[in-house]
Design a protein around this ligand. Sequence first.
Ligand code: FAD
Length: 317
Amino acid sequence: MKVIDHIRESKGTHISFEILPPLKGKGINALWEHLDPLLEFKPSFINVTYHRSESMFKRKSDGTFDKVEVRKRPGTVGICAAIQNRYKVDAVAHLICGGFSRQETEDALIDLNFLGVDNVLVLRGDAPRNESFFEPEPGGHRYAIELMNQVMNMNNGIYLEEDLKNAVKTNFCIGVAGYPEKHFEAPNMQTDLQYLKAKVDAGAEYITTQMFFDNKKYFDFVTACRNAGINVPIIPGLKPVSTKKQLTVVPRTFHVDIPADLSGEILKCKTDADVEIVGTEWLLQQSKELKAAGVPVLHYYTLGKPNIISNVVKAIL
Ligand code: FAD
């Protein structure tokens, strides 16, 4: 079932989770151990992130270095199918422009279609860690909207090889990303919203937001979207803070603020176990307020912390 149909068919607030594929070499059992306890909350869908390969330097025996491309977290398409098979819950496959040619993207979409995965979250991806700017792959897409257009084309039976006869029309429901605190490369919120509107006008059926720790940022973002003529559901993305280190890592990685009240409480903590208690309570209060405001879905980035998510969701259901 499509994400948009879940939202349309039930007026209450849905629950959904986002997981990462395991690091290469790890089995899928670690993922099941992470997800199994969360299934009691009956998520309407589960997102699986997509990861580009990273350039790494490997030392050779003569002391010089070889640059190699390593994909650390492969498996998104297979995991989506395994989730649907194991839990009978819809999976949402993330798709990114970075590191993929149009042909590779088309093949991934064909696989997803064959496997009965009807939901994709279409993203650009970021620059590799050791590069400052995002550059598309040769034959790849520069912006998420271009990738979206490729998915929309396949939904209309148009593949890259133009003369295919009676090509199957796929049936993907497409979501896109939105940024309550602005995408870090956008010159201002207004420009960012123009590009977001272009994605929605091109066929995106809902928006999932970057994480935020101050609900006002989400509420203001929804208002700004509506004023800009963006009228699709906007799903809030939520993540717990559970270590002191995250006070610097989260803003640097995700370009979001941690409110002074929260950082103040975290700085008072003696151990990360104490931080986890503070982070859980903060996420719980955020979730309660968003649910009371009638958000369509509470979407949790589980990121190795299923116990926190579990405690929060248990308390709000
Ligand atoms: P875009 O929509 O392409 O926007 C990127 C920037 O370009 C923005 O500043 C925008 O304002 C601007 N822009 C957009 N269109 C145009 C245009 N036509 N001309 C000029 N400028 C334009 N990353 C991963 O690698 N894997 C994941 O699985 C993943 N999942 C995510 C899930 C969510 C919910 C979110 C919020 C982010 C996720 N990301 C993921 C991170 C995401 O890839 C990055 O934030 C990336 O920098 C931007 O992606 P986007 O799809 O918003 O890009």
